[in-house]
Design a protein around this ligand. Sequence first.
Ligand code: ZN
Length: 234
Amino acid sequence: MAKLHRLRSTVGANNHCMMYRTIPIAMAAVALLAGCAGQTLTTSEPFRQPSIVQVDTWGGTVGTLPAAPQKIHRVTLHHQGETWKAGADVAKYLQRLQQWSRLTKRWADIPYHYVIAPDGQIYAARDIALSGDTNTEYDPSGHALVMLMGNFEEVQPTAAQLDATVQLVAWLVQKHRLDLSAIASHRDFSGQTVCPGKNFYALLRSGWLHEAVSAALRGVPYVSPAELSINPGY
Ligand SMILES: [Zn+2]
């Protein structure tokens, strides 16, 4: 049986939140921060926004091409679909992706709203108030588009990436008042792609991601991706 994150919070004499964790996945602890002050986190309480590197920080620029405004009603997951070389410069990759999106595709910006690097760092991309873009036949308007770097037809998403995904998706679900059923992936809408890759898709298909997001929103432990026994063949 997979072990659960052993996380608990308590309130010190000075009312500062004290966190204890026994496994080295810092992002997993974020869910409990909002539950400090000795209360159980419920969906009526604001879920703590995870750390997000903003566009100007990674060297991105504001575009001039138009995009349609949108109201979020879904969260849709993608993978990069290209092999990510360990140690490569994420900021430079995002700068190139932004230029390619604008100059070659004539899109307003990077097609996704958030990008999650293998180390678990989340980067802001396209303004979430604006509809995303796609090379396939589905209509992404109203979708918050989240891309995890890497090719999950070939490799597994990292544990840090998956923990960051849980935190980001939980925050988006609460912020936009969505149901868990609003969480899906690219291939759920398009027959033209294997995105987000079979290894990541298996974690959606099994219900792991939905259960982890639900647990994070309730401030209770979830099965760590590091403890999962992933079957890439599902
Ligand atoms: Zn995709």
